[in-house]
Design a protein around this ligand. Structure first.
Ligand code: FES
Ligand code: FE
Length: 438
């Protein structure tokens, strides 16, 4: 059913993936975006929300898979459900806020009213207008086909026949647990997500977070010069880059640069470190975590986690790590909306929560120093990708081809003992291509 033009584009992409030389047009192309909508985002597990955003019965947030708005809501029975925000009568939106608490959603068009478990329970002038013809039990809100959770992280899938979330995640779970299982109390969000629109492609944002340690040298040079990032400009190179073959997920586990005086376990306070040691499911996870100073995890197709240590500055004489979750939400070719949450361990001391929030906002919030460096770059790459000459250029994805996997790495997946490699990108693009062709 693909047009000859699109088939030719896919062939060129396949060739590029095979050679590690990707054509630049893939980062801003209307045909490809249409295909991504149908074959990637309509079949993948997409991150929606953290359970701590909706702790009480009736709490809801509005979240999106492609251009479909979903109300993610905790019912009076405590169960979390998700419904398309669309009235079954004539299609109006029934939820008028991005977050809130409601026992019912009443449509502003003609007033059909739905309970927060999706059931249609109220129809104005029902007797006169429908004379008993309307079977209300058949006209509830349309549920999201699949909704599943991993340690408080809620994911949705538009494909009713998709594999389970657990199967989708595979071996990346081990790395997710380094974040989610630090304490039995779990995580909580530090307020609603910050959101902003960037003229770029979702894959470019993802690439930075799944693999590109190499950009810190130059993109974030000013932060090194200011003493905000470690003195060693190659600081993000030290550690392991890991990918899950066949799934497209990847992680980067970065340790301290040689000779750097950085405390263990991201610099978290002693009590949090001890809780983690006792809570992690395996000894290996603890051994890895205690040597970690920066951890990035990216799940196919568009969800990233970033958990770096932050160096002390004039305001905070000791390091304060931060944790952010982000969704690279595709709006169109060359256009994304970033959803970015700050999070913290629920049982962290209050002083730490406050400092972690500041740390997050100042570095990776929408106006954060690191964040602004990155978005500036991503927009211009996407601009070039859509230009008549730039789109034809093939880009270099062959860094680290000389490396062999690290046989001593204690975690699952394929690991390389150096982060200056495109290994995770090559793995991501293989999976991406496989889904586009399926
Ligand atoms: Fe919702 Fe008519 S469209 S009640
Ligand atoms: Fe960056």
């Amino acid at each position: 059913r693909l047009s000859d033009g699109v088939r030719a584009k896919l062939e060129e992409l396949a060739h590029g993936v095979e050679e590690g030389l990707l054509p630049a047009w893939i980062f801003n192309d209307p045909d490809l975006f249409e295909l991504e909508k149908e074959r990637i985002f309509s079949r993948s597990w997409v991150y929606l929300a953290h359970e701590s955003e909706i702790p009480k019965p009736g709490d809801y947030v509005l979240r999106y898979i492609l251009n479909n708005p979903y109300i993610v809501v905790r019912g009076e029975d405590g169960q979390v459900r998700a419904f398309l925000d669309m009235c079954r009568h004539r299609g109006m939106r029934v939820c008028r806020a991005e977050a809130g608490n409601a026992s019912h959603f009443r449509c502003p068009f003609h007033g059909w009213t739905y309970r927060n478990d999706g059931a249609l329970v109220g129809v104005p002038a029902e007797r006169e207008a429908f004379a008993g013809d309307l079977r209300k039990e058949e006209w509830g809100l349309v549920p999201l086909p699949r909704l599943e959770a991993f340690d408080g992280l809620l994911f949705g899938n538009l494909d009713p026949g998709a594999p389970s979330l657990e199967e989708w995640l595979g071996e990346i779970r081990w790395y997710l647990e380094l974040i989610t299982k630090r304490s039995p109390a779990g995580l909580e969000v530090l307020g609603p997500p910050q959101r902003w629109v960037v003229p770029t492609d979702w894959k470019l944002a993802l690439e930075t977070f799944i693999s590109d340690s190499y950009h810190t040298l130059m993109t974030h040079r000013s932060l090194i010069e200011l003493g905000i990032a470690p003195k060693d400009a190659k600081y993000a190179m030290y550690g392991e880059q890991i990918h899950v073959p066949g799934k497209g997920h990847g992680a980067m586990v970065v340790g301290a640069p040689p000779g750097a005086q950085l405390p263990p376990f991201w610099g978290y306070p002693e009590e949090m470190m001890e809780r983690a040691r006792a809570s992690y499911p395996t000894k290996e996870q603890w051994e890895v975590a205690k040597e970690t100073r920066i951890l990035l995890i990216t799940l196919f197709p568009n969800f990233s986690i970033h958990n770096p240590i932050r160096r002390p500055d004039h305001k905070y004489p000791r390091p304060v790590p931060m944790l952010t979750f982000r969704v690279w939400h595709p709006l169109g070719p060359g256009r994304i909306e970033i959803f970015s949450w700050g999070l913290v361990e629920k049982d962290a001391p209050e002083w730490f929560k406050e400092k972690a929030r500041h740390s997050y906002l100042r570095f990776f919030g929408s106006s954060g120093t690191f964040e602004q460096d990155d978005t500036e770059i991503w927009s211009h790459v996407a601009q070039n990708a859509a230009s008549t000459q730039g789109g034809r250029v093939r880009l270099y994805y062959r860094m680290g081809l000389h490396l062999a996997p690290d046989p001593n790495w204690p975690g699952p997946g394929v690991a390389y003992g150096l982060n200056f490699t495109d290994a995770n990108l090559r793995n991501f693009h293989r999976r991406y291509l496989e889904m586009l062709l399926a």
